[in-house]
Design a protein around this ligand. Structure first.
Ligand code: FMN
Length: 452
């Protein structure tokens, strides 16, 4: 299937669901966040529908500091993505496994090794969501009092990715001959030292694991600031975006593809996948009632806690008159800049009060929120796909497992009926399933280029 036929689909596995109130819903297991069987059942549901991947978000810190919010939030209890996906790799056989890991507080050698290992464990289904830390409470877990500046975070991220991919190229694909007769395990002519020295990071190499089955695990990125999209255009093969409307989706899609083209990359080498929060009912009324029920579970302290995080603590929400309009001029902070801007722009355009804005954030996090029938949800997805606002979607069910079950049972058949989604896996590796090329080892390529 070419780009015009096949929509890509991934699912964000947030234990209870994307909605802040989900964990209190009677249909959602309250202890799911640390239960491997629960995650395995969600991955099986997505795999049964031939989703391209499951995606695990991550932040190496808790999300809130305020005790009253911590007491009521389900977000501070979850499993580390690489560990969890390693366990899932043995259970799920076909679906891709996307783990988030920050370049700000990891070391590249460790991460290169862990992702190479996940790619071997899963026989070529690993992907790395490359993030620069943007949440306030991470720094203090790593001996710092505050996050590095936004641009400095991306400067380190750039070096980090060059090192990690360089380490994955340490060994050519056939370097380990493992020849018992001659006693030669590795062909050292096919071993390459990285010897990277940068402003932020220096790594000698080589990596102590064979080249990953996919060459490189798929590179995913989700930065949306100007620096973030430039970085994505250069390195990412899948880009997660937050686009609350078709117009915003078309705009961010065009920006990313143009930036990638300017760097000599083809459109189908960079897949843009906005988030969608589908709340599906057999009737519109039923869908609206589902969302209202979830909203009824969320305490005001949780609403303000989540809004603080996604608005980058732009203001003192707790002392604010929540029924006043969100003002037009607020300072940009050093945290997640793009989401802060997207949400504030949305509030100003729609003349929202703070109370309306924080409710909107809890419902959607700034992603495309669609509350309706399977037909309506499919219409919006197909429209976004056909109008080049998306190559596919990062599905973010409001509540698990019901929200994913509804999507699989009701929306996926609609997408298939319209010829936009497949019914089985087309390849073994995630790259094959996404239609992405396997990267050639840079050292082997250089050697070919200089050979007479
Ligand atoms: C769908 C989606 C998922 C994301 N997941 C994470 C995550 O798990 N952890 C994280 O630290 N940032 C996450 N981000 C944030 C970005 O990856 C990025 O690092 C952040 O937006 C800062 O860069 P920016 O200012 O260029 O946007 C996510 C963004 C999107 C759109």
């Amino acid at each position: 299937m070419g780009r015009n036929d096949e929509m890509k689909l991934g699912v964000l596995l947030l234990p209870a669901g994307n909605h802040e109130g989900a964990w209190r819903d009677p249909g959602v297991p309250a202890n799911g966040s640390v239960d491997i069987d629960y995650y395995a059942s969600l991955a099986a549901l997505a795999e049964g529908a031939a989703f391209h991947f499951v995606f695990l978000a991550d932040t190496p810190s808790i999300f809130e500091r305020n005790d009253v919010t911590i007491a009521r939030s389900s977000r501070n209890d979850g499993l580390e993505p690489l560990t969890l996906l390693s366990a899932l790799s043995g259970v799920a056989q076909s679906i891709g496994l996307v783990a988030t890991a920050t370049t700000t507080y990891h070391q590249p050698y460790h991460l290169a090794r862990m992702f190479a290992s996940l790619d071997h464990l899963s026989r070529g289904r690993a992907a790395w969501n490359i993030v620069t830390s943007g949440f306030k409470f991470e720094a203090e877990n790593f001996g710092e009092s505050s996050l590095p500046d936004h641009d400095a975070r991306y400067a380190r991220a750039r070096e980090f990715v060059e090192i990690v991919t360089g380490l994955w190229d340490s060994w050519e694909d056939d370097a380990f001959v493992r020849d018992k007769r001659s006693g030669i395990f590795a062909d050292i002519a096919k071993l390459h030292l990285l010897k990277y020295r940068g402003d932020h990071l220096s790594v000698r190499g080589p990596l102590n694991v064979a080249r990953p089955p996919q060459g490189y695990p798929v590179l995913v990125q989700a930065g949306a600031s100007d620096t973030g999209t430039t970085f994505a255009a250069e390195f990412a093969e899948v880009v997660f975006t937050a686009a609350p409307s078709l117009e915003e989706g078309r705009r961010s899609y065009a920006t990313l593809k143009e930036k990638a083209r300017a760097l000599g990359r083809e459109d189908d080498e960079v897949l843009v996948m906005p988030g969608i929060v589908p709340v599906v009912g057999r009737t519109k009324q039923e869908a609206s009632e589902k969302l209202e029920r979830l909203q009824s579970y969320v305490h005001i302290d949780v609403l303000t806690g989540v809004a603080d995080r996604l608005l980058g603590f732009v203001t003192e929400l707790r002392s604010m008159n929540l029924d006043s309009l969100v003002p037009e001029s607020l300072p940009q902070t050093n945290l997640i800049q793009s989401r802060q801007k997207l949400l504030l722009d949305q509030a100003i355009r729609q003349k929202l009060t703070w109370r309306q804005l924080i409710r909107y954030i809890s419902d959607s996090k700034g992603h495309l929120l669609v509350v309706g029938t399977p037909d309506e949800v499919a219409d919006i997805m197909v429209d976004a796909f056909d109008q080049r606002a998306a190559d596919g979607f990062n599905v973010m069910p409001a509540a698990f497992p019901g929200g994913l079950g509804d999507f699989v049972d009701l929306v996926v058949p609609e997408l298939r009926r319209r010829g936009k989604f497949r019914s089985r896996y087309s390849g073994q590796t995630l790259r094959e399933n996404l239609g992405l090329k396997r990267p050639i080892n840079r050292f082997a390529r250089q050697a070919c280029a200089v050979a007479p």
